[in-house]
Write a new protein. Structure first.
Length: 176
């Protein structure tokens, strides 16, 4: 999507649109976070040019939004496909191990939820390894529920949970 994103997190990171010159660093992050099945640089580049994709990175904030200069290290990223008016599918979300537990993944999800709201999309879906308890707990904090299991979803034979956030929270709760 062509949403222009620039969100500062209290932890000293900024979430912004991914750029061409970020691809090598994102591809490297991908191999660290998903050593069994990383997306390739060419797959990432394809998503960067996909008009349905929201592709954002979280990086160390080393400059203000209106300054030019060096960019900080990329700590994480998110790719999702927004298909108005009905749904969004999260393709990938990753944060380097040394930057986890700093609110980066939650910040990326908040940006995604805001973009979905802007485009009047209420349903967000994803697949996650059944063994990835940290991610599952994060998604639950954002009102995702397990809706099914995909047997042998990953190349190594591990199953995946289908998770979905369908519509607005019925109790009006705010996201974690």
């Amino acid at each position: 999507m062509t949403d222009n994103v620039c969100v500062y997190l209290p932890s000293g990171f900024v979430i912004e649109n991914a750029a061409e010159d970020d691809l090598d660093e994102i591809a490297s992050l991908e191999t660290v976070c998903f050593p069994k099945e990383p997306w390739t640089r060419s797959m990432l580049a394809e998503e960067m040019h996909n008009s349905s994709a929201l592709f954002v990175v979280a990086r160390k904030a080393v400059r203000s939004a209106d300054e030019k200069g060096p960019k900080g290290q990329i700590a994480g990223y998110l790719v999702a496909w927004l298909i108005p008016p009905y749904e969004c599918q999260i393709g990938s979300i990753a944060v380097l191990p040394q930057f986890r537990r700093k609110g980066i993944a939650a910040g990326l999800l908040r940006v995604l939820c805001g973009s979905c709201s802007l485009h009047e999309i209420q349903d967000i879906e994803l697949e996650v390894r059944v063994s990835n308890t940290a991610a599952i707990e994060l998604y639950k904090r954002f009102f995702f529920e397990i809706t099914g299991v995909r047997k042998n979803y990953y190349q190594d034979g591990e199953d995946a949970y289908n998770m979905a956030r369908l519509g607005e929270d019925p109790e009006g709760r705010t996201m974690a």
